[in-house]
Each structure stands twice: as structure tokens, then as C-alpha cells.
Write a protein that binds this ligand. Structure first.
Ligand code: UD1
Length: 378
């Protein structure tokens, strides 16, 4: 069974790594790695391949940046040729980035089966490009692997047949579990001269936060206020860097004492920063999940989340972008008033194992056979 595992952007790499590793253990499966090149910088891509022990991609499309339509269309044109040449039995996509949706569309038109890992998540906010990507990919997929129970509910409400849906856990957490000890060897804390200091870790890259000058300004004011109490480490996404420069805000940021702005940081260094942080402030999806697993307080600067389990069970707090709310929530954490989180069901480091086991059983057969398998996860 030939399977093309697709990656494109930074959050895809740690999701595909455990799946690709698991597939390579099985002689009946020939996994190939396809990188669309949606993210292409050394620090957004290559560093992650190294940290995650991912092999060089078998196919690299070199798509690069552009408007959503340009990027999606370029991926589709290039990926059609890959499918014509490789003729896989199945493609496997992860997450919700433009590469995920673009490759799914092409495969479905060519009658090639699709497995979607991280299916069913919904923010119910169609202004988010990721929400559109999720809906397209879920609709087209033959295997939908779900990370949390809200995903099962959402897919059911959208009329997607239960026969195709599998609750398997979270592959992003697989990577975290697998690399946690190795991450502890990272020298990032001493490199940034924050060894032993309490600090807040920040990531921001959502268009709703960083593409609007007033919103970025408000967040800088929050940092100025909080930086009197602790250091703030802010590895800056290229999109955020570009917007800060174009709004003329980079000097304001540099003027804030205790605000340490860095280039994007590799996987192992970032895990080390996250597991030692006093709190994390973010608008990322994956970081809400990783902080929940690590039981580190997380303040999410968004109006909604497609990962409600991180709030219901985990340490995540959804705050919106009101500066007062953010400052109050951070002060509560400094005062020791923290959520007591626990780890969501099946986030145990074995999601990829379950996924590959299911693909091995079902691929090439009638997937309605699911009804006949009783004890799947044993
Ligand atoms: C993409 C994903 C988002 C994910 C994020 C993680 C979509 C719709 N968005 O957003 O879901 O959370 O990745 O990082 O797929 N750039 C570089 N170097 C790079 C990559 C990007 O400089 O290696 C710059 C480019 O100027 C580009 C901008 O960042 O225009 C945005 O990149 P893009 O891939 O369009 O979206 P992200 O904001 O990274």
C-alpha cells in the first residue's frame, strides 16, 4: 500500500513525524513524504525536519507564499502531477493549513482515498482560513481521525458517516511525549539568559491579531505592563515580523525592557521553553494542546477555539484580545490562582500507532467493515 504523507507548514511537521515513523515499521506500507513548501524558511521548516528526525521529503513542491488562492492553486497544479506519477493508494493529510485542503481536493478528483488526521475540529468562525480548510477536508476524506470528542459531535452534526470516523488521540502529543526528554537537553534557557527566571512565553501569528495595527499595539501595551513582573520571550513568526515592521511598531517593541524577541525557534528548543514557562500566551491551535498536556497555564488571545477540550479539561483560558482581561488573567496566575488541568482522553503518545493500525486493516477493503471490529484499541 503506497501512502503519500503530506506536509506544508510548520504545525504539520510534528503531526506527521510519528505517523511516518510508525508506517515505516510496517512492510505492507510504503510511505512517501511530500512537502508542498508552503513554509520554506530554514527556521520554519528545515530545523523541524532535523529536530523531529524526519527524512528528507521524497517530493518537494517549493510552492512558497502568496494569497490563499494563489497558494492553494499552485499546490493543486503541482500535486496533480505528483499523483499522476506516484499513483498512491491513499494520501494522508494533517491539520488545517492550505496544503491540507489543496491536496485533498486534488486527490478526491482523482478518486484517491484520503485520510485526515485531526478531523472534526470547528471554531464555527468562517473568517478563519483554517475553518474553511477543515470543512473541505473533512467532507472529502475517507478516513477521519479525531483528536477530541467535540470532533465526533461536529462530524455527526454535519452528517458525516460514523463508519469513516475514528477517535484515536492526538499525534501532536505523540511527538511531545516522544521528544520531551530530549528537549530537556536544549540549551535555550541559558542561550536566552533566562535560566531560573520566571518568564512568559508568547506566540502570535493569526491574521486577526497581527494584521491589524491597533490589535498589535494593544498587545504591546500588555507586554509593557506585564514585563515589570517577569521576562517575556516572544519567538516571532515571519508574518508577525513583517506586519510589525510595516506598522512601524518594531522600535516600540524593542523599547520594552524584559521583552526578548527572537527568530522562530526549533521544535526541541520550543518544547523546552514551553515546559519551563510560568505561563504561555498564544493564538496558536497546537500550543493550546501542548500546554494542556504539560499542565502549563495558557492564555489564548482569540475569540473562539476549535479545541474546546483544552478549556473544559486542560489549562487553557480563552480570553479574546481585551488588554484588561489579559492582564487580570495573568495576574491571577502570578497570584497562584490557576486552573487544575488534566490530560484529555487518549492523549497518551499512541495516536499514530492507532491510526496506522486502522489504515493497515481497512485500506484496500470496504471501510464499512468498521462495524465488525469490536475491540479496536486493544
Ligand atoms: C500558516 C497556516 C496556519 C498555521 C501557521 C503556522 C494556512 C491558511 N495558515 O499560516 O494555519 O497556524 O501556518 O505557522 O495555511 N513566511 C515566511 N517564511 C516561511 C513561511 C511564511 O517568510 O517559511 C511569511 C510569508 O511572508 C507569508 C507569511 O509568512 O506571506 C504567511 O505565511 P502563510 O504560509 O501564508 O501563512 P501562515 O501565517 O504562516
Amino acid at each position: 500500500m503506497k501512502i503519500l504523507n503530506i506536509v506544508g507548514a510548520r504545525p504539520n511537521f510534528m503531526k506527521i513525524a510519528p505517523i511516518h515513523r510508525e508506517m515505516r515499521k510496517i512492510s505492507a506500507i510504503e510511505p512517501l513524504l511530500v512537502h508542498t513548501g508552503q513554509h520554506y524558511d530554514e527556521k520554519m521548516s528545515k530545523l523541524f525536519f532535523e529536530d523531529l528526525n524526519l527524512p528528507e521529503p521524497d517530493v518537494y513542491l517549493g510552492i512558497g507564499s502568496g494569497t490563499h488562492t494563489q497558494q492553494t492553486a499552485r499546490i493543486m497544479l503541482a500535486f496533480e502531477e505528483v499523483l499522476e506519477e506516484q499513483k498512491p493508494d491513499l494520501i494522508l493529510v494533517v491539520g488545517d493549513v492550505n496544503s491540507t485542503a489543496a491536496c485533498s481536493l486534488v486527490a478526491s478528483k482523482m478518486h484517491i482515498k484520503i485520510a485526515q488526521v485531526e478531523a472534526g475540529l470547528r471554531s464555527f468562525d468562517r473568517t478563519m482560513p483554517e475553518e474553511i480548510n477543515r470543512m473541505i477536508t473533512d467532507t472529502l476524506s475517507d478516513f477521519l481521525f479525531v483528536t477530541e470528542k467535540s470532533g465526533l459531535e461536529n462530524l455527526k452534526n454535519e452528517g458525516i458517516s460514523d463508519n469513516k470516523v475514528f477517535f484515536c488521540g492526538n499525534v501532536m502529543i505523540d511527538s511531545l511525549v516522544y521528544f520531551l526528554e530530549k528537549a530537556k537537553e536544549s540549551s535555550i534557557l541559558s542561550d536566552l539568559e533566562i535560566n531560573g527566571d520566571p518568564y512568559m512565553l508568547v506566540t502570535l501569528h493569526r491574521p486577526s491579531n497581527v494584521d491589524v495595527k491597533e490589535n498589535l499595539e494593544k498587545l504591546l501595551k500588555v507586554f509593557a505592563e506585564l514585563s515589570s513582573q517577569l521576562k517575556i520571550v516572544f519567538p516571532m513568526h515571519p508574518r508577525t515580523r513583517k506586519m510589525m515592521d510595516s506598522f512601524g511598531l518594531s522600535e516600540d517593541a524593542d523599547a520594552i525592557d524584559n521583552l526578548i524577541i527572537t527568530e522562530p525557534i526549533g521544535y526541541l528548543d520550543f518544547m523546552q521553553l514551553m515546559q519551563n514557562a510560568r505561563l504561555v500566551l498564544t493564538d496558536s491551535g497546537g500550543i493550546q494542546e501542548e500546554t494542556t498536556y504539560l499542565k502549563i497555564p495558557c492564555l489564548t488571545v482569540r475569540e473562539n477555539t476549535e479545541r474546546p477540550v483544552t478549556i473544559e479539561v486542560g489549562t487553557n483560558i480563552l480570553l479574546g484580545s481585551d488588554p484588561e482581561n489579559i492582564i487580570t488573567a495573568a495576574n491571577d496566575i502570578f497570584a497562584g490562582k490557576m486552573k487544575d488541568g488534566s490530560i484529555p482522553e487518549l492523549w497518551d503518545g499512541k495516536a499514530a500507532e492507532r491510526i496506522v493500525k486502522i489504515l493497515k486493516v481497512f485500506a484496500g477493503t470496504n471501510i464499512n467493515l468498521k462495524d465488525k471490529l469490536i475491540k479496536f484499541y486493544e
